[in-house]
Ligand binder design. Structure first.
Ligand SMILES: NC(=O)c1ccc[n+]([C@@H]2O[C@H](COP(=O)([O-])OP(=O)(O)OC[C@H]3O[C@@H](n4cnc5c(N)ncnc54)[C@H](O)[C@@H]3O)[C@@H](O)[C@H]2O)c1
Length: 331
């Protein structure tokens, strides 16, 4: 298939691009590089041995996006592009909505005008809000507890309306838990612009001596060691999930939401211990106040992904930490 990947130079987009190319798809990468580096395009070409067209463009440029869809005879779109920091979204709610919602509307208009109706959308476990029960399955009620989560929910609702308006659309929203780790080559990984917001790239920089210590937000949660428990999923498992999602929607019209997570939770202290083990480095950390809006525990039920996509995550916490450390050392 000819597939347009938006946000392709970013963390999950770059890993999924590699996976899809290796499965024989023809990929066109699009990104405005607001949170990524163009060098990831060269790295993808190095890993796959293929030339990959890269369009540096803001997704809100509907005219350009439409011409890309037509020129490359695109069959399906995987939509990763967006701003993703919860804390930043609380500080800059209008900018987040302007980027995340407007770029999605622009893409959908371009797709509609070009008669392309197959879409995989990057949603997030954030749409579940405060867990009412665990593990979180797709029937868990949704609610927005921050502007970023509200953006994802709005987009999911837009997609439901779109499918209701025209049954030829085939759309799947993948609700990711916490993607971590890197490609085995160490050439691509999570390398955000500025100080990392996410736990893994932060730990990597502490292990490498680039940041002095890690702040662990909350040591008094009702969990076995007091720190927050999250569902971390290896980014290559996630990339394989996108391949599985594409296979599924090719055969089935309509709208589906599916969790992509590991299906179990680990604590922040467990992550630190594992990272120390694989890196042979001491990770300095300080336990500080809980962050407002953080929950004690959050992890996925991934039965629906098994059932509908025939997908299960394969890589463990050791592989997640080891690949993140290998990538850090190659930066
Ligand atoms: N990483 C996570 O923890 C996580 C968890 C759940 C969901 N998600 C979602 O998955 C998607 C990908 O996340 P990621 O971790 O790869 O983030 P990322 O920031 O590494 O990648 C997103 C890419 O989108 C690009 N982009 C942003 N706005 C754009 C626009 N208007 N036009 C063109 N390009 C634009 C950025 O430059 C970046 O390369 C996002 O939608 C994110 O919300 C991520």
């Amino acid at each position: 298939m000819n597939i347009l990947i938006t946000g392709a130079a970013g963390y999950i987009g770059s890993h999924s691009t590699v996976e899809l190319i290796q499965a024989g798809h023809h990929i066109v990468m699009l990104d405005n590089l607001i949170n990524s580096h163009k060098v990831s395009v060269n790295c993808i070409e190095k890993i796959t041995g293929k030339n990959v067209p890269f369009i540096e463009c803001d997704l809100r440029n509907t005219v350009l996006v439409e011409s890309v869809l037509r020129d490359y005879m695109i069959d399906a779109v995987i939509h990763f592009a967006g701003l993703k920091s919860v804390s930043e979204s609380i500080k800059y709610p209008i900018e987040y909505t302007a980027n995340n919602i407007q770029s999605t509307i622009s893409l959908l208009i371009a797709m509609k005008n070009s008669n392309i109706k197959t879409l995989v959308f990057s949603s997030s476990a954030t749409v579940y809000g405060e867990p009412k029960y665990l593990p979180l399955d797709e029937l868990h009620p949704v609610s927005a507890v921050n502007p970023y989560g509200r953006n994802k929910l709005h987009i999911e609702e837009m997609l439901i309306d779109l499918v209701a308006s025209d049954p030829l659309w085939k759309i799947i929203s993948l609700r990711y838990f916490n993607p971590v780790g890197a490609h085995e080559s160490g050439l691509i990984g999570e390398n955000p612009i500025g100080i990392p917001n996410n736990l893994f790239p932060f730990i990597s920089k502490v292990a490498a001596g680039e940041l002095p210590y890690l702040k662990v937000y909350g040591g008094d949660y009702p969990t076995y060691d007091g720190t927050g428990i999250r569902d971390y999923i290896h980014v290559m498992d996630l990339a394989e999930g996108h391949l599985a999602a594409l296979r599924y929607i090719n055969k089935s019209a309509g709208y589906l939401t599916v969790n992509l997570g590991a299906g179990f939770g680990v604590s922040v202290l467990e992550v630190i211990k594992m990272y120390e083990l694989v890196s042979h480095k001491k990770i300095n950390y300080e336990v500080v106040e809980r962050r407002p809006g953080d929950v004690a525990m959050c992890y996925a039920n991934v039965d629906k992904a098994k059932l509908f996509l025939n997908w299960t995550p394969k890589r463990n916490l050791n592989a997640m930490c080891a690949s993140a450390w290998y990538f850090q050392n190659k930066l």
